[in-house]
Design a protein around this ligand. Structure first.
Ligand SMILES: *Cc1c(COP(=O)(O)O)cnc(C)c1O
Length: 509
């Protein structure tokens, strides 16, 4: 064995000498060699076999596939392949042999690495998790016409800030302001980059240097480091907590009001629920209190929706219209959670306050982009007639999919995979629960159907990893030693992608 390594190494050095290169251990190897005296003879031999970057670079010139690859990409890929092999050696993997170091095997690895580097890092995935508004997987899918409008506005000039009737400068928000007022019933509206920005902007405008009263039960963290107390501190407002975690009463708010109170804030407990011995002050009461003391009331609705989901057999989420009707002065919510549009922070409310918010110079830093506006406007148009158009907005369609529809598609997928005819695969239908996600409906479980897959000789963990590593990654979960795909969030055209992913996986093992 050992002599083979040496021979190969000598052979390589000779070749390198021929092409004017020489391989020498990098500093890292040298350090490792110095430091780790317990490194085995076999490992040492393997490390000596590792070709140098220059050698592989020279080798790659013989393969036309690498012709058009930018040198920076090629060099980085070669480095990472060599680095990777070095790690494998140092980890002392038992079954490692010299075959891993043949020119062709190394070039193959470089090819894969180059292929990865040349494809987009941000790519489509199949969401088989059943979590509809999955923040890590991009939250909402856009409606078809929203995508079309976005494409048009992206590739043409537009009247983004140009008033076509007057022939002069116009407002960026005018394209969505009217329709937001129409749907929500509010006097005025504006939009920014996201809801976190909307909350920050409103607090800064309305209560900088003043006290903001919030119930202790609503000091939420929504993940991704958005915490109400922290955002409040950054806005320059001073948090005044009232009540307790589970119970806050009207006098708690009233007794806390001082001369420098700037705002009464209500935050929707979007991602958790307090059950048992609880009490909170209703929006109507809070508005009445605000009116008495001439203090504005703001509500961060979080997800925010215009749809009463209880009409569709789901739990009730507070709607934007209800908050506006209750008399809340400023309401903020996300564009890409249950609303089903692009990332945006929407602010609706009383005209005098919204006007002040619009004039805040921070709006410039939180400005919404034209592509987002295009998609948002198209999404909002569906809400004029949402009972009939609910299926046009993918998030809403997936939220309200009938179980028998999901089951039909689960059967379709199961059949597709069985027809692939590989005896190593066993497929079954499973009852699962999907979730709305996106910090909405913390208690809502949506009964759904999934396909569970077991592959002979491959653990569920390994299957999950391989699916995640597919060209179009398939993100599912593991339950009872099976890889589970929830059909609620899998799109119709994605069934063949899943079938192909499994076929590819089995071909390789
Ligand atoms: C999600 C959420 C936010 C942040 O909204 P983004 O659009 O993600 O910035 C703020 N507040 C609450 C209560 C939320 O649920």
């Amino acid at each position: 064995m050992k002599s083979t390594y040496v021979r190969r190494s000598e052979h390589e050095m000779k070749r390198n000498a021929e092409i004017g290169l020489f391989t020498k251990p990098s500093n890292l190897i040298q350090k490792n060699l110095d430091k780790q005296m317990d490194i085995t003879e076999k490992q040492q031999a393997l490390l000596r076999m590792l070709p140098g970057v220059d050698y592989i670079l020279e080798l790659s010139k013989e393969d036309p596939l690498f012709n058009d690859i930018p040198k920076s990409v090629l060099v980085r890929s070669i480095r990472s392949v060599v680095e990777n092999l070095r790690t494998i050696i140092m980890d002392g993997e038992q079954d490692i042999t010299e075959t891993k170091f043949s020119d062709s095997v190394i070039l193959e690895r470089v090819k894969n690495s180059v292929k990865q580097a040349m494809t987009s890092n941000l790519k489509r995935v199949v969401n088989a998790t059943g979590i509809v508004v999955h923040t890590n997987l991009g939250r909402s899918l856009l409606a078809k016409d929203a995508v079309e409008n976005l494409l048009t506005i992206a590739s043409s000039y537009s009247n983004l800030e140009f008033d076509l009737s007057k022939g002069k400068r116009g407002s960026r928000y005018s394209s969505v302001e009217d329709i937001l007022c129409e749907i929500s019933g509010a006097q005025a509206a504006m939009v920014v980059n996201n809801n976190a920005g909307a909350v920050l902007l409103c607090l800064e405008t309305l209560s900088r240097g003043k006290k903001v009263i919030v119930s202790r039960g609503e000091l939420v963290e929504i993940g991704g480091s958005f915490r109400i107390p922290d955002v409040m501190a950054k806005s320059g407002a001073v948090l005044k907590e009232v009540g307790t975690t589970n119970r806050t009463h009207f006098p708690d708010y009233e007794n806390a009001i001082e001369h420098d109170t700037g705002l009464l804030l209500k935050v929707h407990k979007s991602n958790f629920s307090v059950v048992g011995f609880t009490a909170e002050v209703s929006l109507e009461e809070l508005v009445a209190l605000g009116t008495t003391y001439q203090i504005p009331v703001m509500e961060d609705l979080g997800s925010g929706t215009f749809v009463d989901f209880s009409k569709y057999g789901l739990l009730k989420e507070p709607t934007v219209q209800e908050s506006v009707a209750a008399g809340v002065d400023v309401v903020t919510f996300s564009g890409d959670k249950l609303l089903g549009g692009p990332q945006a922070g929407i602010i609706v409310g009383k005209k005098d306050l919204i006007d002040r918010i619009k004039k805040n110079p921070i709006t410039r830093a939180l400005r919404i982009d034209k592509l987002t506006l295009a998609a948002l406007e198209s999404t909002l148009r569906h809400y004029r007639n949402i009972d009939r158009e609910i299926d046009s907005i993918p998030t809403l369609r997936m939220m309200t999919l009938p179980l028998d529809h999901i089951e039909k598609r689960a059967k379709e997928l199961a059949k597709l995979m069985e027809n692939a005819g590989d005896p190593r695969i066993s497929v079954c239908l499973v009852d699962v629960f999907s979730r709305p996600g996106g910090g909405a409906f913390p208690l809502q479980k949506l009964p759904s159907k999934g396909v569970g897959v077991k592959v002979q000789g491959i653990s569920a963990n390994a299957v999950e990893k391989k699916m995640r590593g597919n060209d179009i990654p398939i993100i599912g979960r593991i339950e009872e030693d099976r890889f589970i795909m929830d059909l609620r969030t899998i799109q119709d055209d994605e069934l063949p992608i899943i079938k192909n992913a499994f076929e590819n996986m089995l071909r390789k093992v």
